[in-house]
Design a protein around this ligand. Structure first.
Ligand SMILES: [Zn+2]
Length: 216
C-alpha cells in the first residue's frame, strides 16, 4: 500500500506532463501550476515548491517563502492547476489519500462514532524515531481482513516522507485542517473497509500522532 496526499498527488501528476516540455520544447511553455503565469524556459530558474515536487514561477517561490515564515501556506485547493481540464483525464489512483476534507462527517461528528472504532494508535517522536502504542477498542476480536488493512495503512503512513520526523510532520500540518488549538491538526483517509482520522499534535514531548480506525 502507498498513501498519497490529495490534491498534491494530482498536481504532481500534471507537473510530470508539463516537465516534458523542458526536454522536447514542443508546443507552448507550461504555466506555473500555482498561479498560472508562464514559467521560465530554463527549468532550474523556476524554484522548486516548498510543499510539492513541482517547479513554480519565481514570484510563487518568493510568495511561498513569505507564507512559510508566517505559517500561512496557500492550500493546494487554491492552486491554479486544480482547475486544469487535464485532471479529468488522469488515471484514477487506487492508493488511499490523505486529505484535509473529512469524507465521513456523518460518522465523525456523531458521538456514536466510538462504537464503530476498531483501534487507535498513539505515536510520539523522541528526536530520533517514532514510538507507537495501540489501543484496541472492541471487546470482540477484530476480523483478520481489518487488522491486515490497519497494519498496511500504518506501515505505509510511516513510509511517507511527511512522517519521517516530527519536523516533517509539522511542515505537513501547515496543509492540514486546523483546529481550535494552534498545535493540533486533522487529516482524513479511507481504505476499502475503514474510515481513518489522523490527529496531529506538533508539540515536542507530547503524543504527536493519533490514528483512529473506524469500521465503514
Ligand atoms: Zn506562479
Amino acid at each position: 500500500m502507498k498513501i498519497e496526499s490529495y490534491p498534491k498527488n494530482m498536481l504532481e501528476a500534471l507537473w510530470k506532463e508539463d516537465k516534458k516540455w523542458f526536454s522536447n520544447r514542443v508546443g507552448q511553455i507550461p504555466k506555473c501550476l500555482r498561479c498560472g503565469n508562464p514559467l521560465d524556459s530554463q527549468l532550474l530558474i523556476n524554484p522548486l515548491s516548498r510543499h510539492a515536487d513541482i517547479h513554480v514561477c519565481h514570484q510563487c517561490g518568493t510568495d511561498e517563502a513569505f507564507r512559510d515564515a508566517g505559517k500561512v501556506v496557500l492550500p493546494f485547493q487554491c492552486w491554479y492547476g486544480i482547475e486544469d481540464v487535464r485532471l479529468k483525464d488522469l488515471p484514477e489512483s487506487k492508493n488511499p489519500t490523505l486529505t484535509s476534507d473529512c469524507a465521513f462527517p456523518d460518522i465523525f461528528h456523531n458521538k456514536e462514532k466510538e462504537t464503530c472504532k476498531i483501534a487507535c494508535s498513539r505515536s510520539d517522536y523522541d528526536g530520533y524515531r517514532w514510538w507507537t502504542t495501540w489501543n484496541h477498542c472492541q471487546k470482540e476480536a477484530t476480523p483478520r481482513h481489518l487488522t491486515q488493512e490497519i497494519d498496511q495503512f500504518q506501515a505505509a503512513l510511516f513510509c511517507m516522507k511527511e512522517f519521517k520526523t516530527l519536523d516533517t510532520m509539522r511542515r505537513f500540518c501547515m496543509l492540514a485542517e486546523p483546529t481550535s488549538s494552534p498545535m493540533e491538526f486533522n487529516l482524513y483517509s479511507e481504505t476499502s473497509c475503514l474510515y481513518i482520522w489522523l490527529r496531529m499534535i506538533t508539540q515536542f514531548q507530547n503524543y504527536n500522532l493519533y490514528v483512529h480506525y473506524y469500521r465503514k
